[in-house]
Design a protein around this ligand. Structure first.
Ligand code: GUN
Length: 289
């Protein structure tokens, strides 16, 4: 079994980005600049956004964190986005999801300029991605693709099963794995809450990508011998073993499947760190547009 080390790979990518930014700045160019909007006080969102801002610092980007109160109206949030859309000093904009219930996420994502949509969530970016046209690929699927590429995992003609059809992970990664490129050219099956025979379908997967958000959902009887397993899940559970009193679990029961697989991502330290590295990569690309 080979561990797909997202921590190390993401650090390699960050080093590559930092080197490039250094070159740009030494040649009199402008640092890439990411703006992040955080609405309300969702603890997990707060952690993610802080990690993104910290990562910007690490690679030499400018960053602006805009904190808005939970009670902000949809129109006020739209106005904040429009201000950033027309601000030439900002290259990329992310609005951390989820948003409070009174705000229509689709409307908000539609407001972000597609040239600054470094999350790749705008319908036009998703459309361009589907058609293999220039676009920003959402960071988590892009991170999965990058891991597969850097570990030279064969994907052409392979059975790839994706569990979960979220707009952020399951849907885009299934499109990417079926595209006519490397990584890609896989025969893709998407499983979701209405799917039947989940175990049997997973058992045929050469590549299993799991993004449904249920701790330890995938166990060894669902795994084909020698499969490559990508675990996108992160669930925080209490623990009486760790000092902090909690630990993170993936959607895959790692201990249960590890002796059966060829490749597997750990949780934490797999897909999670790759997501931030790919967001930085998208922001660097946006700054070159
Ligand atoms: N919420 C969970 N994942 C993401 C992400 O990749 N981007 C944004 N903006 N919000 C998220």
């Amino acid at each position: 079994m080979i561990l797909l080390d997202g921590k190390k790979t993401s650090n390699d990518i960050k080093d590559e980005i930092a080197l490039e930014v250094n070159g740009i700045v030494n040649n009199g160019g402008k640092k890439p600049h990411l703006a992040a909007i955080l609405v309300g006080n969702n603890g997990a969102s707060e952690t993610y956004v802080n990690a993104k801002v910290k990562a910007c610092e690490k690679v030499g980007f400018d960053s602006t964190l805009i904190r808005l109160k939970e009670a902000i109206t949809e129109d006020e949030l739209i106005n904040e986005i429009i201000k950033i859309n027309i601000n030439d000093s900002i290259d990329g904009l992310i609005v951390q999801l989820p948003l409070p219930k009174h705000i229509d996420e689709k409307k908000i994502i539609n407001t972000i300029s597609i040239e600054k949509d470094v999350d790749g969530f705008h319908p036009k970016n998703i459309g361009n991605m589907t058609l293999n046209l220039p676009c920003f690929i959402p960071a988590t699927p892009a991170g999965i693709i990058e891991l597969i590429k850097r570990y030279n995992i064969e994907t052409s003609g392979k059975n790839c099963v994706v569990i979960g059809r979220s707009h952020i992970v399951g849907l885009p990664i299934s499109i990417l794995m079926a595209r006519n490129s490397y990584p890609g050219n896989s025969t893709v099956t998407i499983l979701h809450s209405r799917s039947k025979n989940i175990n049997e379908i997973c058992k045929k997967a050469d590549i299993l990508i799991v993004a449904l958000g249920k701790a330890n959902f995938v166990t060894s009887e669902m795994i084909k011998e020698g499969a490559s397993v990508i675990d996108v899940g992160i669930t925080r559970v209490t623990s009486n073993v760790t000092k902090s009193g909690w630990k993170l679990l993936g959607d895959v029961d790692f201990e249960n499947v590890k002796d059966k697989v060829s490749y597997i991502t750990p949780v934490p330290g797999g897909v999670g760190p790759m997501t931030i590295a790919m967001l930085l990569k998208n922001t660097l690309s946006a700054s070159k547009l």
